[in-house]
Design a protein around this ligand. Structure first.
Ligand SMILES: [Zn+2]
Length: 434
């Protein structure tokens, strides 16, 4: 399909480029033009163009889609099922028993449920970690969601063989929506043997590795007791990060850890909603920024958040950062937007989805500015981060296909069917657990 978005405000997220009025053109899966109104006029006088659809944006904003850089989509099943509990009780008594009964087919339907929510939040790519990578990939392929998966291998589930198999299978050019990055669940769930096998894979493929890292004070303390080192230092000492990668959460880190993170070129994926709800702590985002360490943003799974909502995460990144530093100037809105788009894409290996430019993937959203929470238009970036919400997402496009527009989904199934499937899975597992 060929699209022309005209009469738009455009935020490309290219370094140093301000919001301008102009046009974005899409040809199949790619952006074929981004420019001002006069540049568009000039281009039109040089070449002949025809569009399947011309969209008058009426001054709305077109920008890159948000990248949810850490999630466990199929945990939609556990949303609002086990809340207001201490972390260990939540995990061991509520989450693990349910997961023990989840099938690959369950994960397929529950991931599709999550995709509906991602689309309403302007999320065009997810960095996913969960139980059954092949059915999760199928769910994303069928709904049109861009998905980068990583392994949740640990001493109790998955294997190095599965991680390697998925790394080779899901990085096929025939399936452009699905890719796979090496990863394992966490230091505290993984024996030294698991860690060594992952390090061997990192070396074999000269590839980055991701994991849950330094999420809680107890995790960091436990690692020091086990190995005499913080999780960041321990994993680095085993060669896990010799080809880069990063960590999800990264709340409890020392100055020494910061040096290692910087030296290894790691990405920090912060999850402030989950960290707040599970009382894990506030990540030192300002310190990461001072060290020039790139930060991306994730929702974490819907059991621990419970919303897959990037607007809420963006607000929390800056609000908690300001609170932590006791400094209202900490972490400005444009920096947060960069984390939610450019840094997210790069952490996920999606170099061609980071900003709006000719030749990049057409993964973009339209933000409705004709809503009370966006008026008056003093500063659009600040409006998005401080007063914006899902109600402002008018359209979500992935690989040049509009998957959500004006409240209507284009994901190959009726949302009501997906809700019904989730309800059936819930009822079946409830019966098993009684
Ligand atoms: Zn997680």
């Amino acid at each position: 399909m060929q699209y022309r978005f005209k009469n738009a405000r455009i935020l490309t997220m290219e370094e140093g480029r301000q919001i301008f009025k102009g046009e974005v053109w899409v040809s199949d899966d790619k952006i074929s033009f981004v420019g001002t109104d006069s540049e568009a006029e000039q281009r039109l006088s040089e070449i002949s163009c025809s569009w399947d659809r011309e969209i008058d944006c009426a001054g709305d904003l077109i920008m890159p889609g948000f990248k949810d850089a850490h999630t466990h989509s199929a945990m939609t099943l556990m949303r609002s099922r086990a809340d207001d509990l201490p972390l260990d009780e939540w995990l061991n008594k509520q989450i693990f028993p349910v997961e023990a009964h989840m099938t690959g087919e369950d994960c397929y339907h529950l991931t599709r449920l999550a995709v509906l929510e991602y689309l309403t939040s302007g999320i065009t790519a997810i960095f996913e970690m969960y139980l059954t990578p092949e059915t999760i990939a199928a769910a994303c392929r069928d709904t049109g969601m861009r998905c980068v998966q990583t392994g949740c291998y640990n001493s109790f589930m998955q294997s190095a063989e599965l991680v390697e198999d998925m790394y080779n299978k899901l990085n096929s050019p025939e399936d452009p929506l699905n890719t796979y990055i090496l990863g394992f669940h966490a230091e505290y769930t993984s024996s030294p043997e698991v860690i060594d096998k992952m390090a061997a894979l990192a070396h074999k493929y000269q590839a980055p590795v991701y994991t849950h890292l330094a999420e809680t004070a107890a995790e960091t303390k436990g690692c020091v007791e086990r190995y005499g080192m913080s999780p960041v230092k321990y994993l680095s000492s085993r060669g896990i990060f010799d080809y880069g990668g990063g960590g999800y959460h990264m709340v409890h880190v020392s100055e020494d850890d910061m040096e290692i993170i910087k030296e290894k070129g790691l990405y920090v994926v912060t999850n402030p909603g989950s960290n707040s709800k599970l009382a894990s702590g506030i990540a030192p985002i300002s310190d990461y920024m001072k060290h020039d360490i790139p930060v991306a943003i994730g929702t974490d799974g819907p059991a621990s958040n419970n919303a897959l909502d990037m607007f809420r995460e963006m607000f929390l990144v800056t609000a908690l950062g300001k609170l932590r530093e006791e400094d209202a100037s900490a972490i400005d809105a444009m920096e947060v937007l960069k984390m939610a788009t450019v840094n997210g894409a790069r952490s996920m290996g999606l170099e061609d989805c980071d900003c709006l430019a000719e030749g990049k993937q057409a993964d973009m959203i339209r933000i409705d500015l004709h809503q009370p929470n966006m008026q008056p238009i003093n500063n659009i970036a600040k409006n998005i981060v401080y007063s914006g919400s899902k109600q402002n997402v008018k359209m979500t496009m992935i690989r040049g296909v509009i998957r959500y527009e004006d409240g209507v989904f284009n994901i190959g199934d009726d949302p009501e069917n997906i809700y019904r499937q989730a309800e059936l899975i819930k009822e079946r597992i409830d019966k098993t657990l009684v």
